[in-house]
Design a protein around this ligand. Structure first.
Ligand code: NDP
Length: 287
C-alpha cells in the first residue's frame, strides 16, 4: 500500500492560525511578541531565510526587528547588540542567523543570548534542559518533527526511532526529543558501520544527513514512518530530501515530502517559541 504523505505545509498552517489567535489575545492584554534577528555578512541563503522569517512573523502578528551587519563586524559590537536585546522588554526572542563569518565565534555569541530569549534553542542551558527532559526552548527543526507527529496522531512511545545524523541543530536534539517521547533511540552518523542494518530495524527513521536521496526503499522496513529533514539539490538542481521519496513511499506507512514536509515546520516552531516566551514574560509580570 502506498504511504500516507505527511503534509507539513498544512500542519504548519494550522499551527500558525492557532498562534495568530494567541497573539491577538496577548495583544489585547498589552503584550506584543517580539523577535529580533541578527544577520551578519552577505550569505544569500541566510538573507533568504531571514526574509522568510520576517514575513512569517508579520503574517501571524509578531513584531520583528532585523539587524543587518557587514561581514567585517567586530565580535565586540555583535556581543553588545545581543546584550542590548537581552534587556529590551519589547523583544522576547533573539536569533543570530548562522553561519557567522569565520572571525566570529558562534559559541560565544550563542552563549551571550539570554536562555530566556533563545528561541532557536541553541543555548547550552536550553540544550541541557532538553537533555534532562525539562521544559525549555527546543531546537525548531526537531521540535517541529515532534509536533508534526503529534498532529498526525503518531506516538513515538515504545517505537524504535533511528536518527541518521548527529548535528547539534537536528540529529542530536531529534534523538533527545524522541527519547523524551519514550522512543527507543539509535543515533547513526558517518562512522556508523552498516547503516542500513540499523535503518531497516526502525519503526521511524529521521533522516538528517544532507545528501540527496541517500536512503532508498531497501534501507527501510515495510511499514516504516520516514521523516526526511534533508534539503538538497538533485542532479537536475531540484530541491530534494535525504530519502529517495519515489521509491521509499511504495512501502512506507507514512513519509514527509521535500519540499512541503519538515521545512515549513521549522519557521513555525520559531514563531511558536517566540509566542511561548512572550506568554512566560506576561505571566511573570502578573506574579
Ligand atoms: P550536518 O552536515 O551538520 O550533519 C549531517 C550529519 O549526517 C552528520 O552528523 C554526519 O555525520 C551525518 N552523515 C554524513 N554522511 C553520512 C553517511 N554517509 N552515513 C551516515 N551519516 C552521515 O547537517 P544538518 O544536521 O545541519 O542538516 C542535515 C540536513 O537537513 C541538510 O540537508 C540540511 O539542509 C537539512 N536541514 C533542514 C532543515 C529544515 O528546516 N528542513 C533545517 C536544518 C537542516 P558526522 O557527524 O559523523 O559527520
Amino acid at each position: 500500500m502506498a504511504a500516507a504523505i505527511i503534509d507539513g505545509k498544512a500542519i504548519a498552517q494550522d499551527i500558525r492560525t492557532e498562534l495568530k489567535k494567541e497573539i491577538e489575545k496577548l495583544k489585547a492584554n498589552g503584550v506584543t511578541p517580539g523577535l529580533a534577528v541578527i544577520l551578519v555578512g552577505d550569505d544569500q541563503a541566510s538573507h533568504t531565510y531571514v526574509r522568510n522569517k520576517d514575513k512569517a512573523c508579520a503574517e501571524v502578528g509578531i513584531h520583528s526587528e532585523i539587524y543587518r551587519y557587514p561581514a567585517d563586524l567586530s565580535e565586540e559590537v555583535l556581543l553588545q547588540k545581543v546584550a542590548e536585546l537581552n534587556e529590551d522588554p519589547a523583544i522576547h526572542g533573539i536569533l543570530v542567523q548562522l553561519p557567522l563569518p569565520a572571525h566570529l565565534s558562534e559559541d560565544k555569541v550563542i552563549d551571550a543570548i539570554s536562555p530566556e530569549k533563545d528561541v532557536d534553542g541553541f543555548h547550552p542551558v536550553n540544550v541541557g534542559k532538553m537533555a534532562i527532559g525539562k521544559e525549555a526552548f527546543y531546537s525548531c527543526t526537531p521540535y517541529g518533527i515532534i509536533k508534526m507527529l503529534e498532529r498526525e496522531n503518531i506516538s513515538l512511545e515504545g517505537k524504535h526511532v533511528v536518527v541518521v545524523g548527529r548535528s547539534n541543530i537536528v540529529g542530536k536534539p531529534a534523538a533527545l526529543l524522541s527519547l523524551k517521547e519514550s522512543a527507543t533511540v539509535t543515533v547513526c552518523h558517518s562512522k556508523t558501520k552498516d547503516l542500513s542494518a540499523f535503518t531497516r530495524q526502525a519503526d521511524v527513521v529521521i533522516a538528517a544527513v544532507g545528501k540527496a536521496k541517500f536512503l532508498k526503499k531497501d534501507d527501510f522496513k515495510p511499514g516504516a514512518i520516514i521523516i526526511d529533514v534533508g534539503m538538497n539539490r538533485d542532479e537536475n538542481g531540484k530541491l530534494c530530501g535525504d530519502v529517495d521519496f519515489e521509491s521509499a513511499k511504495e512501502t512506507a506507512a507514512a513519509i514527509t515530502p521535500v519540499p512541503g514536509g519538515v521545512g515549513p515546520m521549522t519557521i513555525t516552531m520559531l514563531l511558536y517559541n517566540t509566542v511561548q516566551s512572550a506568554k512566560q514574560k506576561a505571566q511573570q509580570a502578573v506574579k
